[in-house]
Design a protein around this ligand. Structure first.
Ligand code: PAF
Length: 281
């Protein structure tokens, strides 16, 4: 497995693979890899001939008040994990390589980005779409792999690819959970032992909504307020809980077609997100 830190090397190496007729897979990550990323890499390795894992803590998707400085950086472990899973290349540029001058060109997806996480993290998705567009341009993947845990991100990237006619497909892979149900996240390592126990309330709230919908509850407001009670009981501070259309991300009042139940909750000072799809069929 090769470690590449410059855009020029990355371009050379994907160009060579493409010349050899290889199908290129990209797994974009910010490092601090866990089994959720592992599932994306495994799928990429199974479906592609040449797999690039990018490890880049993208500064433009963090607000000044957020955790850019303390975001976990675990390069040596990430390297060993990627190697074990069969990735061909790690692309780990420095911030100055990706942003050598003031970035004044941005990719912005409208409408989908002003709700859910976008409402409390203004500018976040502009940073995500811009860095993904850069990574797609640099590594020219046939397929890029994203996790369903960042459900809104997946919807936004899918729309960017469609609207800009970018020549790649995306695969969105299921959420990977700890044995007690907590969704895997690089930020879970911020949790104290007590917070770690309480953090499972996100999963419990989602499971409650699934069960209530299966029993026949169709009123989104009722489900949301019951989920709220579960989170508050675990002393979680709710950023949002919403039930939305899976494509437009508009709130829905009645559970009908498949819909996305999404939430963001602060446990202590750590903001966690999770979601599930309710499909009554
Ligand atoms: O999901 C992430 O880890 C990041 O948002 C991504 C897609 C790697 C862009 O920095």
């Amino acid at each position: 497995m090769k470690i590449i830190t410059t855009i020029a090397e990355a371009r050379d190496c994907v160009r060579a693979s493409r010349r050899d007729g290889k199908r290129i897979g990209l797994v974009p990550t910010m490092g601090a890899l866990h089994a959720g990323h592992g599932a994306l890499i495994e799928r990429a390795v199974a479906e592609c001939d040449f797999v690039v894992v990018s490890l880049f803590v993208n500064p433009t998707q963090f607000a000044p008040t957020e955790d850019l400085a303390r975001y976990p950086r675990t390069f040596e472990q990430d390297k060993a994990y990627c190697e074990k899973l069969g990735a061909d290349v790690i692309f780990a540029p420095a911030a100055g390589e990706m942003y050598p001058q003031e970035q004044i060109t941005w990719v912005t997806v409208e409408k989908l980005t002003d709700k859910l996480c976008g409402a409390s993290r203004p500018g976040h998705f502009r940073g995500v779409t811009t860095v993904c567009a850069k990574l797609f341009n640099i590594t020219t993947p046939d397929v890029a792999y994203f996790g369903q845990k960042d459900a809104q991100q997946a919807v936004v990237i899918r729309r960017m690819i469609a609207d800009l006619n970018l020549p790649l497909e995306i695969r969105v892979c299921p959420i990977v959970r700890e044995p007690d149900g907590l969704a895997m996240s690089s930020r879970n390592r911020y949790l104290s032992p007590d917070e770690r126990q309480r953090a499972v309330c996100l999963h419990h709230a989602l499971e409650h909504s699934r069960q209530r919908a299966a029993e026949g509850c169709r009123d989104a407001a009722t489900l949301i307020s019951e989920m709220q009670a579960i989170i508050e009981n675990a002393r979680g501070r709710i950023d949002y809980i919403n039930i939305v259309d899976t494509e437009t991300l508009e709130s829905i009042a009645r559970i009908g077609q498949p819909c996305l139940v999404a939430l963001a909750v602060h446990i202590g000072s750590t903001r966690l997100i999770d979601n599930c799809i309710l499909d009554l069929k």
